[in-house]
Design a protein around this ligand. Structure first.
Ligand code: HMG
Ligand code: MG
Length: 298
């Protein structure tokens, strides 16, 4: 049986916009996030406090985080790579800190310019400081199902990093299929090992849809008891430091499938669609979700 309720973590304003070459005006980002806050979503990753020369699209992180209208029922999170990012975020009153590390040495180096073990030292400090500032913390492991440079990733390497992040004190772990290479059998193999050590409530799955397997991977995860999924409205997204990585699983498509399976998400599809059309208009290019394409064909 499937979980009765699923929690969708909207990562569009961060994972979605970080990969867009068009800079979305700061006021438009704020309006979009405020719109997302009215859809019934209870979790939004709003920006990232990374080096703005690495991710120019999110160079307005402070302003965005400070000026969105916060709904107390929603967790507003931001991606943080180091202590400098954390102090920027703390000044902007974010609810949750999301730290990230890659299971692959070469992707980690490309993405954050450090080895995995150097990154673990940085992150343990970030997690400790976040907790002492009363922030909840989410950890991401990237390239769990395959790396753009190294190919195969050992499950044991994922387990080792999961242990390391939970020992630091993270509340939730998101397993990232950064380049959208996973298939349902592989998802089950990884989750079988992960769920021997951690409860399904503490794990989220983060699928990109590069090869069209994301919804199938969600179904496999649901069968394993997972009830938390990251997705991006309209299927925006991708990691600029992972060649070939394309958009996240689309929130609107995920919400369609789940609600029609009788799984509660509490998200209003009409509001979701209108938020998608808003950002499509600002991006001036068609979004890649089935839901938006279907809507436009009517
Ligand atoms: P670095 O250049 O090695 O950093 O970058 P550094 O510590 O040597 O500092 C260099 C300069 O950057 C210094 O400034 C720092 O102050 C500044 P200078 O003295 O030269 O004037 N700096 C910063 N400025 C603002 N905010 C900061 C910050 N940190 C340093 N936080 C760093 C290291 C990690 C910062 C860099 O590599 C970086 O920003 N990387 C982020 C890349 C990124 O955002 N990738 C995409 C997100 S990950 C993803 O998409 C995957 C995910 O979705 C899951 C999945 O799909 O699997 C999460
Ligand atoms: Mg991602």
């Amino acid at each position: 049986s499937f979980p009765e309720k699923v929690y969708i973590r909207e990562v569009g304003p961060r994972d979605g916009l970080q990969n867009e070459s068009k800079f979305i005006q700061t006021d438009d980002k704020i309006q979009w996030i405020d719109h997302l806050s009215n859809t019934g979503l209870n979790y939004i990753e709003v920006t990232s406090f990374v080096n703005p020369t690495w991710i120019p699209a999110l160079s307005d992180a402070e302003y965005v985080a400070k000026h969105i209208k916060k709904n107390p029922d929603i967790t507003y999170a931001a991606l943080i790579p180091n202590i400098k990012g954390l102090s920027r975020a703390l000044e902007s009153s974010i609810d949750e800190v999301a730290v990230f590390i890659s299971a692959s040495e070469s992707h980690n180096k490309n993405n954050i310019n450090k080895t995995i073990s150097e990154t673990e030292i940085v992150l343990s400090e970030v997690v400790k400081e976040s907790i002492s500032n009363n922030k909840t913390v989410r950890g991401y492991i990237s390239t769990v199902f395959g790396c753009p440079f190294e190919g195969h990733i050992e499950i044991d390497q994922v387990i080792r990093l999961a242990d390391s992040l939970f020992e630091m004190g993270i509340d939730e772990l998101s397993l990232g299929d950064t380049i959208g290479i996973a298939n349902p059998s592989q998802v089950k193999q990884v989750l079988e090992k992960v769920l021997k050590r951690y409860s399904p409530e503490s794990i989220a799955m983060h699928f990109h849809n590069t090869r069209g397997t994301a919804l199938a991977n969600v179904l496999a995860s649901l069968e394993m008891g997972i009830s938390k999924f990251d997705s991006s409205l309209g299927g925006l997204g991708g990691c600029p430091y992972a060649p070939g990585a394309s958009g996240n699983l689309a929130t609107d498509d995920l919400n369609y499938m789940l609600t029609n399976m009788g799984i509660v998400t509490n998200i209003n599809p009409v509001e979701l669609n209108s938020a998608a059309l808003f950002i499509q208009d600002k991006l001036q290019k068609p979004l890649d979700s089935y839901s938006v394409k279907y809507y436009e064909s009517q």
